[in-house]
Every structure is written in C-alpha cells, then in structure tokens.
Design a protein around this ligand. Sequence first.
Ligand SMILES: Cc1cc2nc3c(=O)[nH]c(=O)nc-3n(C[C@H](O)[C@H](O)[C@H](O)COP(=O)(O)OP(=O)(O)OC[C@H]3O[C@@H](n4cnc5c(N)ncnc54)[C@H](O)[C@@H]3O)c2cc1C
Length: 553
Amino acid sequence: MATVTSSYDYVVCGSGSAGGVVAARLSEDDNISVLLLEAGPSDLDWPSTHIPAKAASLQRTDIDWNYKCEPQVNGYKALEACFWPRGKVLGGCSSNNFMCFTRCSSVDYDSWAQAGCTGWSWKELLPYFLKTENCKCPKLVGSKFHNTGGPLTIKHRGNQLSDAFIDAGVELGFKQVDVNSGDIIGFGDFPMTIDEDGKRTSVARTYIHPAMERSNLTVLCNAVVTKVNIEDKKVVGVSFRTKEGDKFVKVNKEAIVSGGAVNSPQILMLSGIGPKEHLREIGIDCIADLPVGKNLQDHLNMIVKVSVKEGTEIHTDEYCATGTNPKEGVAFFKTGLEELKTEAPDIQIVHLLGEIPSGPVTSAHVYKDPKFFPLENYDNTSEERMRKIGFSLFICLLHPKSIGEVKLRSNDPLDPPIINPNYLDDPYDVKALIEGIRFAKRVTETKAMASFECKFHCMKIPDGTHDEWSGEHLEQVIRHYARTVYHPTSTCKMAATEDKTAVVDPQLRVLGIQGLRVVDASIMPNVPSGNTNAPAIMIGEKGADLIKIGRQE
Ligand SMILES: Cc1cc2nc3c(=O)[nH]c(=O)nc-3n(C[C@H](O)[C@H](O)[C@H](O)COP(=O)(O)OP(=O)(O)OC[C@H]3O[C@@H](n4cnc5c(N)ncnc54)[C@H](O)[C@@H]3O)c2cc1C
C-alpha cells in the first residue's frame, strides 16, 4: 500500500477515464504533489481487465459498484430493476467497458459552446482528443483527425460482415465516415481501445501506471472518498476510508472530484453541495445550494440479433482465441423526427459479431420471468451459439428527452445512491427507437448483405397480439427490453455561471466553492452522440490544462 503524507497540492478523487488522466497530467510538473484516491483495487490484481473478450465477465464482481437503478415506470418491463455496472478499479470504467472508441459529433460540442460553455467547441477540443491518441488504424493514420504520439492505442480490424454492413449504408445513400472526425452521420469502421498485442488500453495501463514512476504522484487504491472538507466555502481537505479506518488529508491547492456520473454527485452532496431541500431531508448541512444530481442522462439501447446463412465464416473462433472484441462497424443517423432539435444524429447502430454475452450471469439482462427469456438454450459463450446468431445490432437512442436524477439514500457514504434514469418518460424516446429498429432491418435487407441471407430477430412479447412490425408492438418490445448501454452523464452540469442549471462553470470549478473542481462525464451539459469514454478522457485532458492554467493566474 502506498504511503500517504499529511498534505498534497492536489487530491484527485476517483481514478477513472477522466480522473486517471488528470492525476497523470498534473504530476508531469515535479514541483507539485498529487494524491489519487481510488475506491477499488488496482487493475494489476485483476488481469482479466486487460483481456478485451473478458469485458462482460467483469460485471457484478468486486470491481463493479453493483448499482441498480430504481424500478422504471415506463420501461424495463421484462427486466428486473436494472443492474447498472460502473467500474470500481484503477482506470474506472475504462477498465471494464466494451472499448468502442468514438469522439461523438462535432455538433455536440459546438452546442455546448453556444450554450455558454466557452472553450468547449469541437475546434477547441480537437487538440485534446488528438493528445490522447496513438492511432494504429491503417486507414486513418496521416489524417488531420488522428495522432500517433498519444498514450491511448486505438485499433480496428474489419471482417466480411462488418464490411458488408458499411457497404449496406452506402447502398442506402449514406457516406462512409471516420467516426472520430466529428462529422459522423454515415457508416464506418469502429476503432477500439485495444493495443497491438491485443490488450485493452485502459487509462490505468496507458496513463496511470507510467505516471506512477514519478515520485510526486501517490496512488492509493481501496480508498473510498467520504467527503470533501470545506471551511468558509474553501476546500481544506479530503476525508476517505480504507480498511484501516477513516483518514483525512490536507489539500494545499485543489480537490478534484472525478467519481463519474453516479459518484461525483454523491461525493458533492455528502460534502454539503447539492439541492438544499434534499440535503435537509438527508440531514446534511447545505454549504452550496446547487442542482447536483439533476439532469441525469443515459443512452438506452435495444439489441436485435441477426442470424446469417449456415456456414458463413464470421471468425468468432479467432476472436475467442485472441481474446479481442468483435465490434467492428457502426452507423449514425438522424430519424428526422421533428422533436429532435439538434443537427447531431439521434440513433447509433453498433454492429457486433456473434452475440454479446447477455444472459443472467454476466450482464445487465436479468429477466423478471422465464417467459421473457427470448431464446432457449441460452449458452452465451459457446462458439456454436455465436455462429448461429451471426451478428447483433445495438440500436442506441443518442439524445433522450427523458431526464433522470441521482440522489442520496442516506448520509452514509457507503450507501448506494438512488439512481432514477426515468427511461422512456418522453414519447420521442420511444418513437426514435422504433425508427432505429426499422432502419436496422432495412440495413439487413440491402443487396450488400443479401449473400448472407440475414434473418432479423426482434425480441418477442409473450402473448403479444399485434403485428410484429406495427408501432404498437415495437413500442411494447422497447418498453420491455431496452436497457442501459452504460453512458450516464450530466449530473454535475457545466454551464455559464449565471445559468441556474450549472453545478460547475466552463473551467469546471464548483460554483461558490474555492479549490474544488469536478472533472469527468458528470460535467457534460448533455450526453453526446455516441460512446462516452473518449469524451471523458478528453475532459480529463482539458480539465488538467484548466487546472494548470488556473495555477499560473
Ligand atoms: C460496462 C460498461 C461498458 C461501457 N462501454 C463503453 C464503450 O465501449 N465505449 C465507450 O466509449 N464507453 C463505454 N462505457 C462508458 C465509459 O466507459 C464511461 O462513460 C467513462 O469511462 C466514464 O468516465 P468517468 O471518468 O466519468 O468515470 P469512471 O470511469 O466511472 O471513473 C470514476 C472512478 O471513480 C472511482 N470512485 C467513485 N466514487 C469514489 C469514491 N467515493 N472514492 C474513491 N473513488 C471513487 C470509481 O471507482 C472509478 O474508478 C461503458 C461503461 C460501462 C460501465
């Protein structure tokens, strides 16, 4: 265990996609001292975090916070109160996620900037995205949107089915796109955070471990932050709990909260920063009355399975042998529904060879009742099953209008917070997912895919009476089976200081408190148009720079 001294210039609370980057970048200056506190163990104690094909098996283990969201009134009808995996390990969710790498749409960031988040336009953020990246995708190296000198190796490799998926998009009139160029409406290859020897490139492996060689960075695992200590509206220290008991460390310059979209609001509220009324109910004195925990947004996802002609070579044997992750193609499109008020795409379709393990043991699919169990003999891991399925399509709602909330259950820091994503509350969310399912079916019916003889299997509702492709039936399918794709954001919202919805300003400083920032996915004003790991890592890079600039002022 690392030796912790009594004070540090910076204390970073949480070592995930953003916090790990902040700690690594701040410690580049050897005149300052940095303490990184992580609630979970080191990734080195969990070698399976390095093996891409083991990703799903990391859920519901000791390196998962094992959260569940509240029972959903409008969704999850076939599923138990939803299991919400969150990484609790060095590297956070970058150590247990599914490694898809997209920066999302330039429109997302430009709309943040237009709403008052000065400095957060796509053009201003691109250098930070580039700084993270070591691109090993042959088709992309040399492009102005890619870099080969950063810590995070990105790799892609295609196969005949994902190539056909992209050709199908072109046949339907879409562009073939680089999904990291900001201009993403179309079909393209899906790069992954996997290095050349087939290992996951988590923030733990690529940022934190190399930085741990510096004597000015201390990393303490199995240390749960219980509170940021504040006196006269100024941070004085951080309290945390280890196996040996409660500890306190003094902060000389700043505390940085990087616990992610569930735990950052929890830490702030435990420290007296949050909605006054809610803190009063819980018995916590309110130091700053801010809308912490509000504005929870998440991507909801429908998985459909597509079986292909017997004998189609889909190389899942190779994927299983090398332990890589067979996601290779992705599409972004706009439904055109008038409720959508952005030029960004509102549906993402991820093409995944075989079937993601989604049975009762490994993942978030926990069915309330065996009658909802859609396919018999459900052996997720077998090669035979993967061949039978062919591929899965993940149809993801990118800009949900249903907004949820994270609240404290009690003032006990170890009590899991109340998570209510409020899925499918807004009718647009259902309509957009219906459009997504119908569009995905059209993709499988193209000439480009004809030789595979695709058969599209949408989930069934037991005793359902409607025509399978009617809006009524698809709505029921969505309300029964759609579930999180693990992208919660926006619970410590960044906005202009005068904006009543702001928790942090565009420098990521918590309003009204000196010496405190939040740096992670919780600051995103809105969930962006795609997977959230690359944006969270970018936020870590930009956040570290903002802290460095703050020091010089
Ligand atoms: C199963 C899964 C699959 C995903 N798949 C993808 C994908 O394929 N592609 C993609 O782009 N995104 C994916 N995501 C989402 C993406 O990984 C996250 O959005 C991103 O990692 C969030 O980064 P963060 O820094 O905000 O938080 P996190 O990475 O969650 O980091 C928070 C860290 O803080 C620690 N922490 C929390 N509370 C405390 C405390 N009180 N004291 C000390 N430490 C604390 C946590 O243990 C954790 O290490 C996935 C997420 C999950 C869970």
